[in-house]
Ligand binder design. Structure first.
Ligand code: HEM
Length: 233
C-alpha cells in the first residue's frame, strides 16, 4: 500500500502524466492545424468543416471536456515538477545546471504560462466571441456560421495577427523541448535513436508552428481574403 502511495506521489508518475497528456495535446494541435489550413481552400470548405465539427453535438462536448482535463492535468503536474526541482536544487549549483540545460528546457514553465494566456484569449476571441461579439452576426450564403470570414476579419487586425504570430513562435519553442522529453519519459531514449527523435521533435514542432503561423500571415499578405459581400468590421 505504501509503495502505491509513494508511486502516486512520485515524480516518475508526474512525468508520465506530463508525457501522456502532452501527447494528446500535440495530437489535438496537429488536428486543429490541419483543420485550420482549410482556410486556404476558401469559405465553403472551411465553413463545411466547422459545421461538421459543430454537428458532432454531445460528442464535441465530451472531446472538449477531455481536452480540458488533459490540459489541467498537464499544467498542474508541470507546476508540481518545477516546484520539486527548485526545492531539490541548492542555489550555488544553479549556474552549473544552467550551462547544461538548453534555453528551451529552462523556459518551459514560462512559455507554458504564455500559451495558457494565449489560449484564454483565443477562446474569448473565436469560440466565445466575447472580445468581438460582432462575429456572432456572420453567416454565409447557406445560413451557416461564417467561421471563414471571422478568421479573416480577426487577422485583418494587425495587432491581433501579431499576437497570434508571437504566441505560435512561443508554442513552437515549447513543443520542441516538450516532444523530445516526452519521448524520453515514454522510454524511447537510446544513443542510436536519439538523433532521429531529436529531428522528429524539431520537425513536428516546426510543422505545427509554421502551419498555424501561415494563416495570419496568409491573411495579412492577401492569400486568404474576405469573400465578396462581407464588409470589414
Ligand atoms: C492561427 C492559429 C489558429 C487559428 C486560425 C485557430 C482557429 C480557431 C477557430 C476558428 C476556433 C473556433 C471554431 C468554432 O467555434 O467553430 C478555434 C477554437 C479553438 N482553438 Fe484554435 N486556432 C489557432 C490556434 C490555436 C492554438 C495554437 C491552440 C492551442 C494552443 C488552439 C486551441 C483551440 C481550442 C482549444 C479551441 C476550442 C475548440 C472547441 O471549443 O471546440 N487554437 N480555433
Amino acid at each position: 500500500m505504501s509503495a502505491l502511495v509513494r508511486f502516486l506521489q512520485s515524480s516518475i508518475l508526474s512525468k508520465v502524466v506530463m508525457a501522456v497528456t502532452g501527447l494528446v495535446l500535440v495530437l489535438f494541435l496537429l488536428g486543429h492545424m490541419a483543420g485550420n489550413l482549410q482556410m486556404y481552400l476558401g469559405q465553403e470548405k472551411m465553413n463545411t468543416y466547422a459545421e461538421t465539427l459543430q454537428g458532432l453535438g454531445n460528442l464535441l462536448w465530451v472531446i472538449r471536456a477531455a481536452l480540458f482535463v488533459f490540459l489541467v492535468l498537464h499544467v498542474i503536474t508541470s507546476v508540481k515538477l518545477k516546484w520539486e526541482n527548485n526545492a531539490a536544487r541548492p542555489e550555488p549549483y544553479a549556474m552549473k545546471k544552467y550551462i547544461r540545460a538548453t534555453l528551451t528546457s529552462r523556459t518551459m514553465i514560462w512559455t507554458g504560462i504564455m500559451i495558457v494566456l494565449f489560449l484564454t484569449y483565443h477562446l474569448l476571441h473565436f469560440t466565445i466571441r466575447a472580445t468581438n461579439p460582432a462575429y456572432g452576426g456572420l453567416f454565409d450564403a447557406l445560413g451557416r456560421p461564417d467561421v471563414y470570414s471571422m478568421v479573416v476579419l480577426g487577422y485583418n487586425n494587425l495587432l491581433i495577427a501579431l499576437v497570434y504570430i508571437a504566441a505560435m513562435l512561443l508554442l513552437g519553442f515549447h513543443l520542441f523541448h516538450a516532444i523530445e522529453s516526452m519521448f524520453q519519459t515514454l522510454g524511447l531514449n537510446h544513443e542510436k535513436y536519439n538523433p532521429f527523435l531529436h529531428g522528429l521533435s524539431l520537425t513536428v514542432s516546426i510543422i505545427i508552428m509554421v502551419g498555424f503561423i501561415s494563416i495570419p500571415i496568409g491573411v495579412l499578405v492577401g492569400w486568404i481574403a474576405l469573400p465578396a459581400g462581407v464588409i470589414a468590421l
